[in-house]
Design a protein around this ligand. Structure first.
Ligand SMILES: [Zn+2]
Length: 461
């Protein structure tokens, strides 16, 4: 009951705020319907992957809604597929904008869930199901908006390309192929990033535009040794030697860094923290060498990743028999590198900290690409602020840097700036992406339609 009322109120609010959106309720209903159907496909990597079937369903939906069949392509890749739908602009001189997302999801074991992860359920004001948050609902709402804009006769001057990857959650092969294919684009709007925060009382707190991601890297440390009988120890032991180096790395902190994006982020979130944390953020923004501020932020797991590169030991292995001197010991150091810093530089710094030529370092990273931050372009931030202003007037908007990687990485690596701009608001305590009982509040749905229509129109009219 409460949830229905909430949805109704949200619809009304959107309609009064934007008279031109008379079709919002129909598009919102369509968006929810598409999302529910999408969730029913088990688009998980491995045997039985239904991503190709999901892509086929979306193509049929887009074509039924006015896209020419030739303008929607599905490209199979290994056990998955990606979809690209093109809405040509009237001015061929303008480079298109990409609406980027993914249609695969993280594995979900039905036995562990309260409800079947692949049966969408709307209950208590939430859409439940694998992909409800990450990110089938987002994709469905963008699609419903595009179809609504087509229906209303909108003619974009700049082309719009909807690109949905099929393995973003795993190997990102389709993500890299799509970015390569679309490298002549003006920018990518990543609807799997950015987004809004609801306070625990349900009030919208703030909205962030994702403009940067840290670079993921894995470095292997290896010590080898001739080994021998454990009854005749030598002075040098591969496991001991590696351990000594790991202890040094464990105690090391990379020089903290501040970028225009993290500066904007800290300024935005500082007023919402405890006085101590807020003061540390302000002090860090004023002086990123402020030791007291650094200590406070570094001790907070939510913010330690925002103040610079971090590296941690994630795996170790060594030795080959209980009664033999180890011939080999290895460790994996996982790093999240501040945008603009090269992985090779970080690895060299780690080797310097280990200060032992017997410890060999190698970059064993797979499926990652170092990228710089995307510039905070006025056209993009202006369009996002205008769109957000229509649905959540007065909510603070600022940039953010993600500590994880998304499809944005692939666009940035081919020179296309990419921005996380999902309009979905969620409470911290409701965020179960990749986890159990994933859910998203459905009061977002009509607002998201209004937002997408405003954003896409502004950037392509
Ligand atoms: Zn995602």
């Amino acid at each position: 009951m409460t949830s229905k009322l909430k949805l109704l109120l949200a619809c009304t609010a959107a309609m009064t705020a934007l008279p031109a959106s008379a079709q919002t309720p129909a598009a919102a209903a369509n968006g929810l319907e598409i999302a529910k159907k999408m969730i029913a496909f088990r688009s998980v990597r491995g045997p039985g992957n239904q991503t190709p079937q999901l892509a086929a369903y979306l193509k049929a939906t887009l074509v039924a809604g006015g896209f020419a069949a030739d303008d929607v392509t599905i490209t199979p890749v290994d056990d998955t597929a990606y979809l690209i739908a093109t809405w040509k602009g009237s001015d061929p001189a303008l480079k298109p904008i990409v609406v980027s997302g993914h249609i695969d999801v993280v594995e979900a074991k039905p036995a562990d869930w309260q409800r079947d992860p692949f049966t969408a359920v709307v209950e208590n004001g939430y859409l439940y199901g694998r992909g409800a948050t990450d990110m089938k609902l987002d994709a469905a709402l963008a699609i419903a908006t595009l179809l609504d804009m087509k229906k209303a006769g909108y003619k974009p001057k700049r082309g719009i390309v909807l690109a949905l990857s099929g393995d973003e959650e795993t190997v990102m092969k389709t993500s890299s192929l799509i970015a390569e294919k679309l490298k002549a684009s003006e920018m990518a709007l990543n609807i799997d990033g950015g987004g809004g925060l609801y306070a625990e009382n349900g009030k919208p707190e703030y909205f962030t535009i994702g403009a940067a991601e840290k670079t993921y890297a894995d470095f292997q440390m290896e010590v080898t040794n001739p080994g021998g009988h454990s009854s005749a120890p030598r002075k040098v032991n591969a496991i001991n030697e590696l351990s000594a180096a790991l202890v040094k790395i464990g105690g090391y902190r990379f020089t903290p860094q501040l970028s225009p994006i993290t500066k904007g982020y800290f300024e935005g979130v500082a007023p919402r923290q405890t006085p101590e944390l807020g003061a540390a953020m302000r002090a860090f923004v004023a002086d990123p060498t402020d030791q007291k501020a650094i200590e406070t932020l570094a001790a907070n797991t939510g913010y330690v990743g925002q103040i610079g590169t971090t590296c941690v030991t994630t795996m170790v292995s060594g030795g080959h028999a209980l009664n033999a001197l180890p011939q080999r010991a290895t460790a994996n150091i996982n790093c999240r590198i501040f945008p603009g810093v090269k992985p090779a530089t970080v690895m060299a710094e780690l080797a310097k900290v280990a200060a032992d030529p017997g410890v060999k370092f190698s970059d064993v990273t797979e499926g990652s690409n170092p990228t710089d931050a995307s510039p905070l372009r006025a056209d993009l931030t202006g369009a996002v602020k205008a769109a957000m202003g229509k649905i959540r007037p007065g909510v603070p908007i600022f940039p953010s840097m993600s500590a994880g990687a998304s499809d944005s990485m692939w666009y940035r690596s081919v020179g296309v700036p990419s921005y996380g701009v999902s309009p979905i608001y969620i409470k911290q305590s409701d965020d179960f992406s990749h986890g159990l009982n994933e859910r998203t509040p459905i009061d977002n749905i009509p607002l998201a339609i209004t937002y997408y229509r405003s954003l896409l129109t502004d950037l392509t009219k």
